[in-house]
Design a protein around this ligand. Structure first.
Ligand code: SAH
Ligand code: SF4
Ligand code: F3S
Length: 459
């Protein structure tokens, strides 16, 4: 039997998907997977670089590996530690300065992983592979998926937008799309495996191109695959959100009515410094169009507070926009300077930590109240919930997401995993809807299959 690998994933859904590719690449070459670091010969951390705390988390983890490495060395047993993903691409050789690290592999170099690990096992010398490719899409590799009702599918990789704050264009390289046929093939297989939901992923899904086909054409084709119950996508960029996509979303009931539309800031001066290439007014017009065509859609967003030179007035413009749009929910982040980005070169990180904390606390509270009121309006209404599992908060309760991606909890003595159930909402807070089942099941995942780790398992 080959070496045992423990793989831990950090960061966004794209990293989750990449870890499934990595599982596939390593499994095909005889490696197997361990569920703890103690049982592993090789530990791989698939990392994120988006904010400084993502880096800090990994360094903390690496420090914990030092005593294990020492013990293993004494016992003449292997313990190879690899950093994969965006932090690997971002820091490259610099990561080898940490004594725990043997291997550094960026997001476009995963095919080399089995050989690189093999080399280290033989020579005990560190290996670094961090070349960005203009072509790599891994579209010929069948991901080994994790248990769950959702399957991620990367439809494009990389980003050409170069928002001034963002490290992703440097860690993920240039935009490139997979062929429509390879994506549709993967979707058809997922239906056979019993996955009720697929989520199409890209740093900017609007940039998807395959010949004359764009993202709206791809969504149409995916929605037409027989048996696809739910389709989600993330993320579109507000600068080039296609109106055609809204009409496609309206036409197909299996496309979930949820749009994650990262705003970042409400001040035009800050949006300009961020190089987002839209204004607050254009963003608002887009929101109006979305709500005209898709009145039931939920809207969520990402916001950065404390970007260099942000004044209280700039921040108030963000607050006003958040109130005007009334997002269903928002991820709000403190600006974190990233080495090598345009903002790091051109604008000193001059908003103090205290001011960032003060502004984020205020904005989170404002959004919490908006989410609370929005969710209260669901009381008495029916939502259709795809059940993801048992609630770990309440015994005998199940947890899932409604069409608009709102977490919903309900009691049921029946096995409902993977089913879409109709729930009447009775209570709600800023994050969750609580309700009871009406008629038992709206639609059921294909019988005979439960979605487990990419294999079809008979019930
Ligand atoms: N491609 C996606 C964003 C991916 S990163 C998009 O443009 O929609 C996810 C979020 O992290 C971003 O939307 C942004 O809000 C946040 N982010 C990115 N860089 C950051 C930084 N340097 N500091 C703080 N937050 C950041
Ligand atoms: Fe980063 Fe902007 Fe690209 Fe999103 S669109 S990944 S924020 S550079
Ligand atoms: Fe994702 Fe973090 Fe990389 S958000 S693309 S894993 S920097």
């Amino acid at each position: 039997m080959g070496q045992a690998v423990y793989l831990q994933t950090y960061g966004c859904q794209m990293n989750e998907y990449d870890s499934e590719l990595i599982r596939s690449i390593l499994t095909n070459r005889g490696y197997h997977f361990a569920s703890t670091t103690e049982e592993a010969d090789v530990v791989l951390l698939n990392t994120c670089a988006i904010r400084e705390n993502a880096h800090r988390k990994i360094y903390g983890q690496l420090d914990l590996f030092l005593p294990i490495k020492k013990q293993r060395a004494k016992a003449r047993q292997p313990f190879i530690v690899g950093i994969l993903g965006c932090m690997a691409q971002n820091l490259k050789d610099e990561l080898l300065e940490h004594r725990a690290v043997d291997l550094v592999v960026g997001p476009d170099s995963y095919r080399a992983l089995p050989d690189l690990i093999g080399n280290i096992a033989k020579t005990n010398q560190p290996e670094v592979a961090a070349f960005l490719s203009e072509y790599e899409t891994y579209s010929d590799i069948a991901p080994v998926r994790q248990e769950g009702v959702n399957a991620w599918i990367a439809i494009m990789r990389g980003c050409d937008n170069f928002c001034t704050f963002c490290v992703v264009p440097y860690t993920r390289g240039r935009e490139r799309s997979r062929s429509m046929e390879s994506i549709l093939h993967e979707v058809r297989q997922l239906v056979v495996m019993g996955y009720p939901q697929v989520t199409l992923l890209g740093q900017n899904v609007n940039s998807y191109r395959c010949g004359d086909d764009d993202f709206a054409d791809l969504m149409t084709a995916v929605a037409q695959v027989p048996g696809v119950q739910r389709i989600r996508f993330t993320s579109p960029h507000p600068k080039d959100f296609p109106i055609k996509l809204l009409h496609v979303m309206a036409e197909y009931p299996n496309i979930c009515k949820h749009i994650h539309l990262p705003l970042q800031a409400g001040s035009n001066r800050i949006l300009d410094l961020m190089r987002r290439t839209y204004t607050a007014e254009e963003y608002l017009r887009l929101v109006d169009t979305i709500r005209d065509i898709l009145p039931m859609t939920t809207l969520t967003t990402d916001i950065i507070i404390g970007f260099p030179t942000e004044t209280e007035d700039d921040f108030q413009e963000t607050v006003r926009l958040v109130q005007q749009v009334a997002f269903d929910s928002a991820y709000i982040f403190k600006y974190s300077e990233r080495k090598g980005t345009i903002a790091a070169r051109e604008y000193p990180d001059d908003v103090t930590a205290e001011i960032k904390t003060d502004r984020i606390v205020r904005l989170i509270e404002i959004q919490r109240q908006i989410s609370f009121h929005k969710h209260q309006s669901y009381i008495g209404r029916k939502v259709h919930v795809l059940v993801e599992g048992k609630s770990d908060k309440q015994d005998g309760h199940w947890i899932g997401k409604d069409d608009g991606n709102i977490t919903t909890i309900f009691p049921s003595p029946l096995q409902t995993l993977g089913e879409t159930v109709s729930i009447e909402v009775q209570q709600a807070n800023s994050s969750t809807l609580y309700g009871v089942t009406t008629d038992h099941s709206v639609s059921v995942a294909p019988r005979g299959c439960i979605p487990v780790a990419g294999v079809v398992t008979p019930l």
